[in-house]
Design a binder for this molecule. Structure first.
Ligand code: NAI
Ligand SMILES: CCCCCC(=O)/C=C/C=C\C/C=C\C/C=C\CCCC(=O)O
Length: 306
């Protein structure tokens, strides 16, 4: 996909996934601001990319995503340097729980929210340049599942928050009124510095996923970024990326799910009028019963019509 001089900001892009996405933007003719709290690493990455793709195409600006002012000046500086409005923000900056739970929530969730609201303000039709644009939030599969212990729970909670925020901001009304689409990338364990920094965590995860062949290379996340950039329709979606299988969109059916389980509770009330709660095993029976019902209904229809 050609980005023909489009201007992008990628947060936390001194290294890892962010640096991979920034390079892909340049490879496709876009212009990008690399931003991070790591000045030295950020400047080295920017230098390397500037030599390959041209100094006018890439710049480095220090930005701590948890700081509103820092994010605002990242945006304004970018537009000043490139002389064009920013059209895509990739909220990629993130830390694991070993940074401390408050920092983890601050960077992964609060920082990302600052980015989302700023993007609406600056790119939207109501207050911004009005051209609209895209926000891509880097979440994780961790946002869908339960963590394995209390220590890692802030990381899992922060990513669940990112997925929820993406669903809620990326709605039809925002798209209509502001012209901004918001989607998320939810990948599994990826072979980056973040992952490799902690030897103990590294070994534990490698055992869990069954070795290095099941780690995602950064190039798969870059592919996911390309998929979201080239699909002009998706909004409020989470694109899931797992090792060795095609990417898939997580179904956006929260309301239907609530209705499904509420129907189960209604049925349960008929069977046990005085029960206070439908326990998980009751739910499991309802679920299996529902599947059986569907199977028998489909078989009967098949027999009638064919
Ligand atoms: N590596 C993995 O297995 C997975 C990573 N992710 C997510 O992908 C994103 C990128 O992670 P990686 O490239 O793996 O890690 P990384 O550590 O290589 O890159 C993260 C970057 O964010 C920067 N950063 C940290 N705090 C910041 C702040 N306050 N302001 C601005 N920048 C800040 C770091 O300095 C670093 O350069 C993160 O959001 C992470 O949660 C999601 C799923 C799996
Ligand atoms: C312990 C914190 C490290 C989290 C890094 C991260 O965001 C990775 C998340 C990956 C998965 C979350 C856990 C389980 C999800 C279920 C299956 C994933 C299988 C991994 C894969 O095949 O890609």
């Amino acid at each position: 996909m050609s980005f023909s001089n489009k201007v992008f900001i990628v947060t936390g892009s001194a290294r890892g996934v962010g640096a991979g996405i920034a390079e892909n933007i340049l490879q496709n003719g876009g212009r990008v601001t690399i931003s991070d709290v790591l000045n030295e690493v950020g400047l080295a990455t920017t230098d390397r990319l500037a030599k390959l793709y041209g100094t006018e195409k890439v710049t480095f600006i220090h930005c701590d995503v948890t700081n509103q002012q820092s994010f605002e000046s990242l945006w304004s500086e970018t537009e000043k340097i490139f002389g064009s409005p920013v059209q895509v923000l990739v909220n990629n900056a993130g830390v694991f729980h070993n940074a401390g739970w408050e920092k983890c929530i601050d960077i992964n969730l609060k920082g990302l929210m600052i980015g989302n609201y700023l993007a609406l303000d600056r790119m939207g039709k109501t207050k911004g340049h009005g051209l609209g644009g895209q926000v891509i939030n880097v979440a994780s599969l961790a946002g869908f599942v339960a963590g394995s212990d209390a220590i890692s729970s802030p990381y899992f909670a922060s990513k669940a928050g990112v997925i929820s925020l993406t669903k809620s901001i990326g709605n039809d009304l925002t798209l209509r009124t502001e012209g901004v689409r918001v989607n998320a990338i939810c990948m599994g364990y990826t072979d980056t510095g973040l992952f490799n920094k902690n030897k103990q965590l590294n070994d534990q995860i490698l055992e869990e996923v069954g070795g290095t062949k099941n780690l995602l290379p950064v190039s798969r996340i870059v592919d996911a970024f390309q998929v979201l950039m080239s699909n002009g329709k998706v909004n409020g979606r989470s694109l899931c990326v797992m090792a060795n299988i095609p990417m898939w969109y997580y179904p956006r059916h929260d309301r239907q799910e609530i209705i499904f389980w509420a129907c189960g509770a209604k049925l349960f009330k008929r069977l046990r009028p005085n029960a206070m709660v439908m326990e998980p095993w009751h739910q499991a029976v309802f679920f299996i019963g529902f599947q059986l019902f569907l199977f028998i209904a489909l078989q009967t229809l098949w027999r009638i019509f064919f």
